[in-house]
Design a protein around this ligand. Structure first.
Ligand code: ADP
Ligand code: MG
Length: 587
């Protein structure tokens, strides 16, 4: 990987654009920093003059005390400016990244499902959290500080030369060495940071995957093997951290030695002054030695930090580029559609619909079917037949490649997406729950839905009793990903959600056959209640749920193989009959 040493100015400019709304904070913060950088180098001059005037020349105790107090005041003043600078530059940084993060999230939720299929979750989490965090450092400790440090360097060097240019040249002798050391250090650090980031990602991914898949780890007795793998990753992580520490632990002593070298050179120079014929002015010399000692410190610190700060700046810009890449992605944003008013009480027609998730890998082939308004249509078929894919197309989570899906006469792609989804309720096979209360998971935190409405709905659906049995009832905190609730119970919550929203079209993708008998009865009851008099599409694994369906469609590998009522299909003695007999035999 080519290490970048140049700053990508285009990305940088774009980043700066985000500061626009916070121009005042930026200017204030800059003013604080620059004032500080200009004032701090003056302090040694005061100290130098105090030494010369009141200690060497005139031993004036009270004047010395007064000036000490003035100096103290100056220090307090510096402290205040440092505080203001730290506060406002961080305020700026956090405001900017809040805006970027909001934009990014808003953009992300407009993407097609296809994008999320191909993008690992960890990847997006990194963009939204740690990449954006790195961007904040551009503003909190990169950009403004670099300007401050540069100004301080200029002022210090100018004052040095103004005071005594011979001595300045002497003292600055080790600076080229410092620059070389800094360059080497910066390179080593960049390599170490890259390694470190790689290792942190490995560690994160491993932990995330193994906690998610803990049951499999335990089920297959993988504990020992996974532990060994974990140990290996941990070792890599430690090594990467140690490498970074190495670079630091060598660099800082080198800087110390070089700054001491500067001071040593200065003292040697002072000593030589006394060797010549005309003796120097001792007072002036002590004054200068005091001043230069302090200035040397002020010189080495910013130079040492500049490399670091530039790294931070560069890292932030690189990360910003990755964030902007996503912000610029438009091909994954869903087509919107314009119609916001249509009669949903119309039949739905699939006309020669073909669909593939990937390339030409057809999942649905030339599908022709109609779902009459107010009627219930059921889909059955083996796993992978394409049932859920039909739901995905109706909810426009994916776009089909061929044919048309019509609501009455209107192509559903012409409907505004939000409008379409407001009128269709979909209960998915695997209901995702957010961490929060049962209530919030039903209302999705919509304040327009009252607790009473939810309770009425869940009584109607028949889920009230099971919810009340949970500790805390509707206020029971559901863990991440639904935690302790079973698949069937989670589906019941989604049923309540659908009931409350009272949609025109209802789609149920029934949970797998692995629900217990009690939950099954509840789901059957809820299904009957929800589908009554409504255009409904039910995907059933248990045929008992759908015997009353107006039309049953049997799918096989994306094609319709049978269609008709329960009685028709039983009589036909085909695929459906076989499926029915198998399930009947189980009971
Ligand atoms: N997001 C996806 N990306 C790629 N292929 C998918 C995706 N979802 C489902 N498939 C594939 O599409 C086919 C139909 O899946 P699906 O509609 O979920 O079947 P069913 O619901 O009938 O079990 C399967 O072969 C499945 O592997
Ligand atoms: Mg499915």
């Amino acid at each position: 990987m080519a290490s970048q040493t140049k700053l990508d100015l285009k990305v940088f400019k774009r980043l700066i654009f985000f500061v626009k709304s916070y121009r005042k904070i930026l200017i204030f913060s800059l003013l604080c920093t620059l004032t500080l950088s200009a004032l701090t180098p003056l302090r040694p001059m005061i100290i130098g003059s105090m030494v010369n005037d009141y200690i060497i020349d005139s031993q004036n105790g009270s004047a010395l005390l007064n000036w000490t107090l003035i100096l103290l005041g100056l220090l307090l003043f510096e402290g205040l400016f440092q505080f203001l600078n730290a506060y406002f530059s961080n305020l700026l940084a956090q405001s900017v990244i809040r805006d970027i993060r909001k934009r990014l999230f808003k953009h992300l939720v407009s993407f097609r499902m296809k994008y999320f299929d191909k993008t690992p979750i960890g990847n997006l989490v990194t963009r939204l959290v740690s990449d954006i965090e790195a961007i904040s450092e551009v503003f909190s400790s990169g950009l403004i500080d670099i300007l401050g440090d540069l100004l301080m360097l200029i002022v210090v060097i100018a004052l040095m030369f103004f005071t005594n240019w011979h001595l300045s040249l002497m003292v600055l002798l080790p600076i080229p060495l410092l620059l070389i050391a800094t360059r080497i250090f910066a390179k080593a650090m960049r390599r170490a940071f890259q390694q470190e980031r790689l290792q942190v990602t490995r560690l994160n991914t491993f932990v995330q995957e193994h906690i998610s898949g803990m049951s499999i780890v335990q089920l297959f007795n993988r504990e020992k093997k996974e532990y060994a793998a974990f140990k290996e990753i941990n070792h890599g992580h430690k090594q990467a951290q140690i490498n970074a520490v190495w670079a630091f632990s060598i660099f800082f002593p080198v800087v110390e030695i070089l700054s001491s070298l500067s001071i040593a050179l200065m003292l040697v120079w002072g000593g030589f002054q006394f060797l010549g014929d005309n003796q120097p002015d001792a007072g002036k010399m002590y004054k200068e030695i005091f001043e230069f000692t302090l200035w040397i410190n002020m010189l080495f610190r910013p130079i040492r930090q500049l490399a670091d700060k530039f790294n931070i700046l560069q890292r932030g810009v690189v990360r910003a580029e990755r964030v902007f890449e996503i912000l610029d992605m438009n091909e994954d944003v869903q087509e919107q559609g314009k119609i916001t008013s249509i009669d949903f009480n119309q039949s739905i027609h699939f006309k020669d619909v073909s669909f593939a998730y990937i390339d030409e890998d057809w999942v649905l082939k030339n599908l022709n079917l109609s779902i009459e308004k107010g009627k219930m249509v059921a889909f059955v078929g083996a796993t992978g037949a394409g049932k859920t894919s039909i739901v995905n197309l109706l909810g426009r989570f994916y776009e089909y490649q061929k044919g048309q899906i019509l609501l009455g006469e209107t192509d559903i792609q012409e409907l505004e997406l939000a409008y379409l989804r407001k009128n269709i309720a979909i209960v998915l096979q695997d209901v995702f729950l957010f961490s929060g209360t049962i209530l919030n998971n039903i209302t999705l935190s919509d304040p327009d839905i009252s607790r009473e409405e939810v309770i009425i709905a869940s009584k109607a659906v028949g889920a009230h009793d099971f919810i009340m049995r949970l500790p805390g009832g509707y206020d029971y905190e559901v863990g991440e990903r639904g935690g302790v609730l079973s698949v069937g119970q989670r589906q019941l919550l989604a049923f309540i959600r659908a009931y409350v929203y009272n949609p025109h079209i209802l789609i149920l993708d029934e949970a797998t056959s692995s629900v217990d008998n009690e939950t099954e009865t509840l789901i059957q009851h809820a299904t009957a209640k929800l589908t009554k008099g409504r255009t409904s599409i039910v995907i059933a694994h248990r045929l008992s749920t759908i015997q009353k369906a107006d039309n049953i469609i049997v799918l096989e590998r994306g094609e319709i193989v049978e269609m008709g009522s329960h009685a028709d299909l039983i009589e036909k003695d085909g695929y459906y009959r076989k499926l029915y007999d198998i399930q009947f035999a189980e009971k």
